[in-house]
Design a protein around this ligand. Structure first.
Ligand code: PEP
Ligand code: MN
Length: 340
C-alpha cells in the first residue's frame, strides 16, 4: 500500500501518517520528489487501513499494491534510482562498465588489469577476495589480503571498487575496502546476509540467483531496501537451464522486464551468463541494446593461467575491442530512446 500525499502537504501531515502506521505496528518509507511525496507502507496491511489513512489530513489517495515486493516496485518509486559511487552514476542514463579479474590473485595481476580496463573506459574495478566456489578445493580467494590489494588499486587508479561479501560477519570488514558490496548468485537468498547489507552504508549489487524468478529476485532486493539501504543495483548473470553448451543461460528479457517492474538499476554480466570468452562480447552488445544500465565483465592479463574463471575472461585486447563495440551500439540505442 502507498500513501500519496497532497503536493502542498507539510512535515506535520507526514508525521501524522507515520505515527498512525507505527501505532498499527507498520512502517512508512518516505519518498519525497519534486512532483509527488509518497509513503510506502511496509508490513502486514489490513483492509480497514486504507479508509483510516485516506481521512488523515494531507493525504491525496491511498493505493494498494498487489505485488509482494513494495519498495522495489515502480508503483512505489516511479523515478529511476541512481546509485552514486565516486563520480560514477549507475542508473543515470550512462552505460557503466565494471571490469576486472574474477579473483584477486596478486598485486601485479590486479594493478595491470586495473590500468588496462581504466584505459579502455571501464569506470569501476571488480575483483573477488572472498570467492564462492562450487568445490571447496578450488581457489577460494585471498580474503583480507585481497581486500588490501583492491584498496591499493583504487588508490592508484581512482577507480571505485566492487567486491563480493559472502558472510554476514564480514560485511563490516569488506565495507571498509569497497565502494559497492556484491551479493553473489549463490547468496541471493541468504536472508541474514541480505539483512546485514540492508544496514550497510555502501551500495549493494544483488546478482540473480541460479534459479530465481524475477519475483524471488525483487523480494531479495526488498530485504535490503526494507533494512534501510536504498542503494541497490540488480545484476542478471544467467540462470540454470537444460542447456549445457553455455555455463548459464543469459536471460536477455530480464532487462526490459525489470525495467517495467522496478526503479532499480539493472546490470548485465555476460561473463558468468555465458562462461565462454568468445560469447561475452555478443551478449554484452545485446544487453546494451536491451537497455542495461551497465555491464560486469571479467578481464585477466593471461586468462590461460587464471586461478578462477579463465575460460570466460577477456584479454586486455579483447576487452578494449568490446568497449569500442559497446560504445557504438550505445550511440545507436541512445538515439532510439530519444525518438521513442
Ligand atoms: C562473480 O561475479 O565473481 C561471481 C562469483 O558471480 P556469480 O555470483 O554470478 O556466480
Ligand atoms: Mn567469476
Amino acid at each position: 500500500m502507498i500513501v500519496v500525499m497532497q503536493s502542498d502537504c507539510g512535515e506535520k501531515e507526514i508525521a501524522r501518517v507515520q505515527e498512525h502506521l507505527e501505532r498499527k505496528g507498520l512502517r512508512g518509507h518516505l519518498s519525497r520528489g519534486a512532483e509527488r511525496t509518497v509513503i510506502g507502507v511496509v508490513g502486514q496491511v489490513f483492509p480497514e487501513l486504507q479508509d483510516e489513512l485516506e481521512v488523515l489530513p494531507g493525504v491525496r489517495e491511498v493505493v494498494r499494491i498487489s505485488r509482494p515486493y513494495k519498495l522495489a516496485s515502480v508503483e512505489f518509486e516511479p523515478r529511476p534510482t541512481v546509485v552514486h559511487v565516486g563520480n560514477v552514476a549507475i542508473g543515470g542514463g550512462e552505460l557503466v562498465v565494471m571490469a576486472g579479474p574474477c579473483a584477486v590473485e596478486t598485486e601485479e595481476q590486479l594493478l595491470s588489469t586495473a590500468r588496462a580496463v581504466k584505459a579502455a573506459g571501464a569506470q569501476v574495478l571488480r575483483g573477488g577476495a572472498f570467492k564462492p566456489r562450487t568445490s571447496p578445493y578450488s581457489f577460494r580467494g585471498l580474503g583480507p589480503d585481497g581486500l588490501k590489494m583492491l584498496a591499493a588499486a583504487h588508490q592508484e587508479t581512482g577507480l571505485p571498487i566492487i567486491t563480493e561479501v559472502m558472510a554476514p560477519q564480514d560485511v563490516e570488514l569488506v565495507s571498509q575496502y569497497t565502494d559497492i558490496l556484491q551479493i553473489g548468485a549463490r547468496n541471493m537468498q541468504n536472508f541474514s546476509l541480505l539483512d546485514e547489507v540492508g544496514k550497510a552504508r555502501n551500495p549493494v549489487m544483488l546478482k540473480r540467483g541460479l534459479s530465481a524468478t524475477y519475483e524471488d529476485w525483487l523480494l531479495a532486493a526488498e530485504y535490503i531496501l526494507s533494512g534501510g539501504n536504498r542503494q541497490v543495483i540488480l545484476c542478471e548473470r544467467g540462470i540454470r537451464t537444460f542447456e549445457t553448451y553455455t555455463r548459464n543461460t543469459f536471460d536477455i528479457s530480464a532487462i526490459p522486464v525489470l525495467r517495467k517492474l522496478t526503479h532499480l538499476p539493472i546490470l548485465a554480466d555476460p561473463s558468468h551468463g555465458t562462461g565462454k570468452w568468445h560469447l561475452v562480447t555478443p551478449v554484452a552488445l545485446a544487453a546494451t541494446a536491451a537497455g542495461a544500465d551497465g555491464l560486469l565483465i571479467e578481464v585477466h592479463p593471461n586468462p590461460d593461467v587464471a586461478l578462477c574463471d579463465g575460460a570466460q575472461s577477456l584479454t586486455f585486447e579483447n576487452f578494449e575491442r568490446l568497449m569500442r563495440q559497446v560504445t557504438a551500439v550505445r550511440k545507436v540505442t541512445a538515439q532510439m530512446a530519444v525518438s521513442r
